[in-house]
Design a protein around this ligand. Structure first.
Ligand code: NDP
Length: 338
């Protein structure tokens, strides 16, 4: 059993030796619990936050523990009458071959016969798809004809938010890094416009980016779906429409910053009488079935495209995880255990 342990809290960008791949015996199931063989492991920006010793919606990963992760796998040993060996399950486990699930631990059976790959429970019909669905349809109160701007637009959440925006009749602008991602926003995901926040020198200055957003959204941005924060968000804030809604879903640009970056154009929220709402998918658990059904229907109708970036091998966990922060990932980042 290989386990990807957090052995030192990252200071800024995670380093390879902040982690250690330990090899040990396959664990045995505790009374009332089970052991799950992980097949697909979700790699998420949120894991970077769990590595810090800071107050959050979950306790920090303890030093010496395997890095917490949502996984999809099969039951390897069961001492829980509700689960049989071989059942496919989704749960909050860790980056490891085998996870011990204690009684009461968060694990649910999944129906893999209705998806083309079990990894879909980490992307399309998993937390990513539900975040896009509820973050836009519920938290943003969209009305057809409005202008939606999505940051981190070519990523797992962002690409789905933009497509759902089109389904709802919104005009959709995406901001992403690089010409290829901007091409995909328009051609693969059907966004109306794409803006590259980078140029040959790196990230564009706030004023330059703000001017491009103004040209793309002359009437202003009614809904900002924010995944990035920092300069990108500051540039969008200068272009809000009156009574705009900002859904604060993520701030990935500062997850690796040793000091938080913060926002300088917050005053525009007053000027435009805008609303900022913090969004956390964990708050929508009672409505997961509803969101999953809606997303699955749009996928079935061919109206929603969900890409996955599958990396292979537990031994490559560090390099795979870092793709989120270099922008190398092309869709929902998943580690396939081999
Ligand atoms: P993505 O697939 O979007 O991958 C992360 C992307 O972020 C990269 O591809 C990169 O795209 C971009 N990025 C990385 N570093 C920077 C930076 N310094 N500045 C600007 N962009 C950067 O990941 P997810 O879809 O899984 O997550 C997207 C966001 O949604 C994250 O902020 C995450 O924390 C948040 N989230 C929040 C949830 C909630 O419940 N609140 C649930 C799930 C996700 P590019 O090449 O364009 O720079």
């Amino acid at each position: 059993n290989r386990r990807f342990l957090l052995q030192r809290r990252p200071h800024g960008t995670p380093q390879r030796d902040d982690f250690h791949l330990e090899t040990g015996a396959v664990p045995t199931a505790p009374q009332g619990g089970m052991v799950v063989r992980n097949h697909f492991i979700s790699l998420d920006p949120a894991q970077r936050g769990w590595m810090d010793d800071a107050p959050s919606y979950m306790p920090p990963i303890a030093l010496g523990d395997a890095v917490r992760a949502t996984t999809v796998g099969t039951v390897h040993e069961s001492r829980n009458p509700d689960f049989a060996v071989g059942d496919w399950v989704l749960g909050l486990n860790a980056i490891e071959d085998y996870s011990v699930v204690t009684p009461g631990g968060f694990t649910s059976k999944i129906d893999v016969s209705i998806v083309d790959s079990p990894s879909r429970y980490l992307s399309a019909v998993g937390a990513v798809g539900l975040t896009a669905y509820f973050g836009l349809t519920d938290a943003a109160s969209p009305r057809a004809g409005e202008t939606l701007l999505v940051t981190g637009a070519a990523g797992a959440v962002g690409s789905m938010v933009g497509q759902i925006g089109k389904i709802l009749g919104l005009r959709v602008i995406g901001i992403a890094g690089g010409a290829e991602k901007c091409r995909r926003l328009v051609q693969d995901y059907g966004f109306d416009m794409a803006i590259d926040y980078k140029d040959a020198h790196g990230a564009k200055p706030v004023d330059a980016l703000s001017a491009e957003i103004a040209a793309a959204a002359p009437q202003g941005v009614d809904i900002l779906f924010e995944n990035v924060g920092g300069d990108v968000m500051d540039a969008v804030l200068m272009n809000l429409a009156l009574h705009a809604r900002v859904v604060l879903c993520g701030l990935i640009s500062e997850y690796n910053a040793p000091e938080k970056i913060g926002i300088r154009n917050l005053w525009q929220v007053i000027v435009k009488q805008a609303t900022i709402k913090g969004f956390l998918i964990a708050g929508y658990v009672p409505r997961f079935a509803e969101g999953g059904a809606a997303v699955a229907q749009w996928i079935g109708e061919g109206r929603l495209r969900v890409d996955e970036d599958i990396q292979h091998g537990l031994e490559n966990a560090y390099d795979a995880f870092m793709r989120l922060f270099t922008g190398a990932n092309t869709g929902k980042l998943v580690l396939a255990v081999e």
